[in-house]
Design a protein around this ligand. Structure first.
Ligand SMILES: NC(=O)c1ccc[n+]([C@@H]2O[C@H](COP(=O)([O-])OP(=O)(O)OC[C@H]3O[C@@H](n4cnc5c(N)ncnc54)[C@H](OP(=O)(O)O)[C@@H]3O)[C@@H](O)[C@H]2O)c1
Length: 381
């Protein structure tokens, strides 16, 4: 199978290497900003020739970002080429449009590496949804935030110090906002929820709060009460056909498998009516795990896959007002709302609220943050 590769960075370099060891895949050209860095003279600075080349069966997009990735992937699908991408931002933002383009052109569109890196999450979600009713999906879908929280839990080092070490180790980007503010994980949740529940919600519909202001004192208090804090994404079906979709720091007791997920690993679960709960654990990022899932998608296409994970895209309302969760809140801001919703005070300084909806809690967080930008809150499960 002849392949055009868009991007030759962390993932692209891995895909190039894995394909070089395969008898089935022949990468004929590679688009990148420094074409001379690609071995075998395969580097190109412009994708026009690649996209017009009828002998190229599949375009692998691992450039990242929305543009020009969107334009190139759209042109590839319109030309009847199959597309494999690891780009969650692209798939999430243009979900309905790309799914439709693939269907109209009889082309495969696969993005297994976009959610969970090397974990076969989306492929198994597809298998589950085609003969079961998925009730909910939930999990740790961002390795960087898990590395930070896990390190803080084990060593009680301040957030800023752990973030700096994550950046030195290459686990976090120079601008870590997407990871620590929950934007990366909400894109992964939106894609997963769309496939699980046959819908097409935008990422903005996911209620999101990150871990930027967690302190070592918070983590010490959690440990003293038997909790571990994880950035958890969850979405599920509710009557009558709406879904909830929330990303927020969450305190888990030791009996939750998610509580012991180490380092930059991911653990993602689903519950189906027939299968019950199934969980997937593994490397959520990194050159070879991510490239591995790209190559798995290529193998699926070689074996005849000619579609996206679902072709259904029903309108569903996201309604997060019906959930009820208790929250830990640590703030110096005086708030009548918090006082009237406090169920108990922790000796370390935080309070636990009575059960409230995440919508109400996130609104209260934003109000209190005006007075206390260092506030931290987390759901308690
Ligand atoms: N890294 C991971 O562990 C991981 C895991 C899961 C998913 N992903 C996704 O995979 C995608 C790629 O990530 P990555 O970590 O491999 O990124 P990266 O290391 O920054 O690589 C991006 C590559 O694309 C090239 N590129 C970017 N814009 C370009 C343009 N306009 N024209 C030509 N070439 C361009 C870059 O060229 P230069 O090298 O010349 O700058 C580089 O080769 C992203 O969507 C990311 O979210 C990554």
């Amino acid at each position: 199978m002849k392949i055009g590769l868009l991007g030759y960075g962390v993932v692209g370099g891995g895909v190039f290497e894995l394909c070089a060891n395969s008898e089935h895949f022949d990468i004929t050209s590679v688009l990148c900003l420094q074409p001379e860095s690609v071995p075998g003279g395969k580097g190109v600075a412009n994708a026009d020739t690649m996209l017009a080349d009828e002998s190229i069966d599949v375009i692998v997009e691992v450039m990242g970002g929305l543009h020009p990735a969107y334009e190139l992937v759209s042109r590839a699908l319109k030309a009847g080429k199959h597309v494999v991408t690891a780009n969650k931002h692209l798939v999430c933002h243009y979900y309905k449009e790309l799914m439709q383009l693939a269907a109209e052109n009889g082309a495969a569109l696969r993005c297994t590496a976009a959610v969970g890196g090397g974990i076969p999450w989306l492929t198994n979600l597809e298998r589950a949804r085609r003969c079961d009713f998925i009730q909910w999906i939930s999990g740790i879908m961002n390795g960087t935030s898990n590395y930070i929280l896990d390190t803080m839990h084990h060593s009680c080092v301040p957030f800023a110090e752990v973030l700096a070490s994550a950046q030195r180790l290459g686990y976090a980007e120079a601008d870590p906002s997407a990871d620590i503010d929950g934007l990366d994980i909400r894109r992964k949740l939106a894609i997963s929820a769309n496939i699980a529940f046959d819908t097409g919600i935008p990422e903005e519909a996911v209620l999101t709060y990150g871990i930027r202001s967690i302190s070592a004192q918070d983590v010490e208090a959690f440990a003293a009460h038997g909790y571990t804090c994880k950035l958890l994404a969850s979405a599920g079906l509710q009557e009558p056909g709406s879904i909830y979709a929330v990303v927020e720091p969450t305190l888990l007791g030791a009996d939750w498998p998610e509580a012991s997920v180490p380092g930059n690993y991911n653990l993602i679960s689903m519950e189906g009516q027939a299968i019950g709960k199934e969980s997937f654990f593994g490397q959520g990022a990194g050159r070879y795990p991510t490239a591995y899932n790209v190559v798995q998608d290529l193998e699926d296409i070689r074996c005849g896959i000619r579609h996206f994970y679902t072709n259904a895209c029903r309108d569903r309302m996201v309604d997060n007002t019906r959930l009820r969760r208790r929250y830990y809140v640590r703030t110096s801001a005086g708030s009548d709302w918090l006082t009237s919703h406090t169920e108990c005070h922790w000796p370390q300084g935080g309070v636990i609220t009575s059960p409230v909806s995440p919508v109400e809690m996130h609104a209260a967080i934003h109000t209190m943050e005006q007075k206390d930008p260092g506030l931290f809150a987390a759901a308690v499960l």
